[in-house]
Design a binder for this molecule. Structure first.
Ligand SMILES: O=P(O)(O)OC[C@H]1O[C@H](O[C@H]2O[C@H](CO)[C@@H](O)[C@H](O)[C@H]2O)[C@H](O)[C@@H](O)[C@@H]1O
Length: 294
């Protein structure tokens, strides 16, 4: 990506963030889960936010001048169980979005869920002989985990996964990569960045969006927020669409604590409720709870 350069340490952004919030009306804080709030662990079921991140997210979520959103590759129901407080959750890399107690699901992803289920079932058998290979069926997408697979056998996992998706997913499904995972999803141009655009469209004018994430699927969200706000990549200084970086989930917690103190100090309190209607979020008849135009 030509817009990708090594992100700078977030300390260099503090004055910029302070002045943006001082001139703004609201903070819209969007957070990835695994690798951002929760340290990466071998067993995906065991992932949990650090106590400091849990407290920081709860505190930000309780601030009337802040909207917090979790934007995860996990199934929405799964990630909601893991971190409490935010009023907005996006799951399955943005294919499902819950806000104002209403759930919207991408209509194409909904139609292809049966195909995901079929492919996950086949992969269960095909990868069964591979020690520690694991399938996470998230209904709208599926994840093949190979973090705990012996390194010499990982290429087999990759080959078999691609072969099964090619054969049984056809043009309807595609495979992408994450941190020691292969993600299987509908082949449609929709990702976290689209979900973040919908979330930001709901905010009142002058809201400042910040997105913090650690993985490749977070790059589209960085691109969405960078025009009006700030993207922060968790990890090293590899090129990213995010301008700034934090080292680890522990550093995320310290940053969120600071952000909350700055939000308290700077944001005007009056009229801090989200007001503008969501753009293009609900299908034309208003009753299907699907994303429109997709
Ligand atoms: O968008 P995220 O919230 O970061 O979700 C991305 C994927 O995260 C999970 O997998 C990753 O974390 C696991 C637990 O630390 C780790 O074992 C795995 O190797 C990582 O890739 C989750 O299980 C996936 O469903 C998400 O898509």
């Amino acid at each position: 990506m030509s817009d990708e350069t090594p992100p700078r340490p977030v300390d260099e952004a503090r004055e910029r963030i302070r002045s943006r919030l001082a001139a703004g009306s609201r903070l819209c804080c969007c957070l990835d889960f695994d690798g951002t709030l929760a340290p990466i662990v071998e067993d995906p079921d065991a992932a949990a936010p650090t106590a400091e991140n849990e407290a920081a997210v709860a505190s930000l979520s309780a601030d009337p001048a802040v909207s917090t959103a979790i934007v995860s590759g996990r199934a929405l129901a799964d990630v909601r169980e893991r971190i409490d407080g935010p009023s907005i959750y996006a799951g399955n890399h943005g294919l499902e979005l819950e806000r104002n107690d209403s759930l919207a699901v991408h209509p194409v992803a909904r139609k292809r869920a049966a195909r995901i289920d079929e492919v996950c079932g086949i992969l269960e058998s095909v990868l069964d002989p591979i020690p520690n290979a694991r399938i996470e069926n998230k209904r709208l997408t599926g994840t093949v985990h190979y973090r705990s697979v012996p390194p010499a056998m990982r290429p087999i996992v990759q080959r078999r996964t691609h072969a099964v998706v090619d054969r049984f997913g056809g043009d309807a499904l595609e495979v992408s990569s994450g941190k020691r995972i292969l993600e299987i999803g509908p082949s449609i141009p929709w990702g976290k960045g689209n979900a973040v655009a919908l979330i930001a469209a709901d905010m009142q004018p002058g809201a400042v969006p910040i997105y913090i994430g650690d993985d490749v699927t977070d790059e589209s969200a960085f691109r969405t927020v960078e025009s009006d706000g700030i993207g922060i990549r968790v990890g090293g200084d590899e090129p990213s669409a995010a301008s700034y970086r934090l080292d680890s989930p522990d550093a995320v917690a310290r940053f969120l604590e600071w952000l909350e103190s700055i939000a308290t100090e700077t944001l005007e309190r009056a009229g801090s409720q989200a007001s503008a209607p969501a753009r293009a979020a609900i299908a034309a008849d208003g009753s299907t709870n699907d994303y429109s135009g997709s």
